[in-house]
Design a protein around this ligand. Structure first.
Ligand code: CA
Ligand code: CA
Length: 283
């Protein structure tokens, strides 16, 4: 009588390099007829420091265990499956671990499927390029307020950047219905420089500009109420960014807004009062 049972063993693994662990699933099944005296072995492989397992299936000799598996099953039914779930600790997460498990029985008809070799390769650590937003330390000038009447023009500017303004610059106010562009000369303007004390402007600092301020450079108030106004800070400069290199050059225009009627007496042309000493060079 030919006893033609065929035991087969398979082994798979799931690797967790972050936790230095690896889980194996070891499955043994038997086809055709019951097999006697089956031995399932799985020796702790190199690179593993701990090995704990559970066994499920109709023929488990022990439900749990630690260390290498060497389990004998007296009778392994046909069609039955035994599964070992193994949790192992890797000594080095980057090591390749080869784990060999076997199943054996006398009179096995097919020994070609009685050894399962699982080779667990480490994941390659791929370091992707990290795009860091350039840390910009630069001033950022804006106009926070622009009011005008037939007496005066008042512009409040602020440095909302994270570095002081140290370069001389101009502020212009335009009586126009079109948004001004860089290097567009205005109807009223102020120049702030180190010489006249207009700069530096500290981080968060504000400066209020009027026709009476020491930075006043020229121009007269609008002659009528409801004149459309725009303001531009750092309006004039030799560079595409004006005279002050800012973290944001696109927020330098304020407006449109409208002039109002002054309640007081209209002042004489401020040009006659001008003291332009200390003003920066104007294009
Ligand atoms: Ca700005
Ligand atoms: Ca600028």
């Amino acid at each position: 009588m030919v006893i033609s049972y065929d035991l087969a063993i398979t082994k798979s693994s799931v690797r967790d390099e972050i936790n230095n662990s690896i889980r194996y699933t070891l499955t043994v099944n038997n086809s055709v007829v019951e097999a006697p005296s089956v031995v399932i072995s799985d020796t702790i492989p190199n690179g593993i420091s701990a090995f704990a397992w559970t066994c499920t299936g109709i023929s488990c000799p022990n439900a749990t265990g630690t260390g290498s598996i060497s389990e004998s099953i007296g009778a392994f039914p046909a069609g039955a499956t035994v599964t070992y779930n193994i949790t192992a600790t890797m000594i080095i997460s980057t090591a390749t671990i080869t784990n060999t498990a076997t199943v054996s029985a006398s009179n096995e008809v097919n020994n070609s499927n009685n050894t399962a070799i699982n080779v667990s390769q480490p994941f390659f650590n791929i370091y992707l390029p990290v795009t860091l937003k350039k840390a910009i330390f630069a001033p950022d000038l804006i106009i926070t307020s622009l009011t005008a009447n037939t007496n005066d023009v008042t512009v409040v500017i602020q440095n909302q950047g994270n570095a002081a303004v140290t370069d001389a610059f101009w502020v212009d106010v335009y009586y126009t219905t079109s948004a001004p562009v860089l290097n567009q000369l205005g109807d009223v303007y102020w120049g702030l420089s180190v010489d006249n004390g207009g700069v530096p402007i500290a981080v968060g600092g504000t400066v209020t500009l009027t026709l009476s301020s020491p930075y006043y450079g020229g121009g007269i108030p609008p002659s009528a109420a409801n004149t459309t106004l725009y303001g531009q800070v750092d309006s004039i400069g030799l560079f595409s960014y004006g005279a002050v290199l800012e973290s944001n050059e696109s927020n330098n225009v304020f407006g449109p807004t409208s002039s109002t009627t002054a309640l007081g007496k209209v002042s004489p042309a401020r040009q006659s009062l001008l003291d332009i000493s200390g003003l920066p060079t104007r294009r």
